[in-house]
Write a protein that binds this ligand. Structure first.
Ligand code: KG4
Ligand code: ZN
Length: 317
């Protein structure tokens, strides 16, 4: 079964063609990052206009790469929520137009479910499965007892992890999105700054990152006022430590409580090297639990993950 995936929820115009939920024949991502960089974040109106300009070109490139045509496609899957409404509409209208004109079945996919299903490209799923979703807009722990059964155990009460990376990076003068640059800085730094680890004892599986963000801001401002130098590498390492320890500790606690057989990490922050190695260390101590991360290019927004989730939606009764 050949699925055409379309993703335009934020600032990536993406189209993929995936066979049987596993084999990616084409995965084309046009990123608008360079356009939004100068504003320090995504400007919704600018994003929708660029999706409209690029969507047909990205579609054509995907078909060229996969050496397929529209008559080969069995299903169109498109991201319908959550995301920027103007951006989502470009993908949805494109997908509906193709579905109607070529008489191809059509399914709408939740973007977060797509991120989780990016892991299926690496490993089959073993249930119960625990997903840690860490993206620019979301931070969630999701328990799955079977395919497409998503039970939300907890989520951030304020900022998402990726958003926190981007805001902290901005304070340090890094370009948007700052996650990859902070990750790189952290690798050569030491945990020398005292930053809070926010566990929210009463809300076992919820998260909060705005206090950590404020703590970094206050530290930078205080050092500036006192004319003291800041080590960017040490600050990045200390910040990353506060994020990762909480993410890993809560994931491991949930994995134990719900006796899961697999832990998957999803979303842009799943590319973080510190998170990958800390999670590997801790999950390897659990008995018979498989740990899966998407390949780096399937961590951030892409349409292959939407095609995989769409494949399951269409085939699961
Ligand atoms: O999943 P994604 O592409 O978009 C959303 O659905 O939100 O995630 C983008 C986020 C950005 O905030 C970016 O800074 C973060 O993922 N990110 C990282 C890394 N790579 C991307 N954060 C930390 N470390 C990274 N290596
Ligand atoms: Zn995303």
């Amino acid at each position: 079964m050949l699925v055409l995936g379309i993703e335009t929820s934020c600032d990536e115009t993406a189209v993929a063609i995936v066979k049987d939920g596993k084999a990616v024949l084409a995965n084309v991502v046009y990123s608008q990052i360079d356009i939004h960089k100068e504003y320090g974040g995504v400007v919704p109106e600018v994003a929708s206009r660029n999706h409209a300009r690029k969507i047909t070109l990205v579609l054509e490139e995907a078909f060229r790469k996969a050496k397929k045509s529209l008559s080969d496609i069995d299903l169109v899957a498109v991201t319908h929520h959550p995301g920027l409404i103007g951006s989502l509409l470009v993908g949805i209208n494109g997908a509906k137009a193709l579905s109607m004109a070529y008489n191809i079945p059509y399914v709408e996919v939740n973007h977060i479910h797509g991120h989780i299903y990016a892991n299926y490209l690496e490993d089959d799923f073993r249930f119960p499965l625990l997903a840690l979703v860490v993206s620019g807009g979301h931070t969630e722990l999701v328990l799955m007892r079977q395919h497409l059964d998503f039970y939300l155990l907890g989520q951030t009460l304020d900022d998402a992890v990726g958003e926190t990376y981007d805001k902290v990076g901005r304070v340090l003068g890094l370009d948007y999105p700052a996650g990859p640059a902070l990750d790189k800085l952290a690798l050569s730094g030491e945990i020398n700054y005292n930053l809070p680890l926010i566990y929210l004892d009463k809300d076992k599986y919820h998260f909060s990152f705005s206090g950590l963000k404020t703590a970094v801001l206050n530290l930078v401002n205080t050092k500036k006022m006192q004319n003291e130098a800041i080590s960017f590498t040490d600050l990045a390492a200390s910040f990353q430590n506060s994020v990762i320890r909480v993410l890993v500790d809560k994931t491991v606690a949930a994995a134990k409580e719900f006796k899961v057989k697999q832990v998957v990490v999803a979303g842009g922050v799943a590319a973080n090297r510190g998170l990958r190695s800390a999670m590997k260390n801790e999950v390897s101590k659990l008995n018979d639990v498989v740990l899966t991360f998407p390949s780096l290019y399937y961590c951030t927004d892409n349409a292959a993950m939407i095609a995989v989730a769409g494949y399951f939606q269409y085939n699961t009764k």
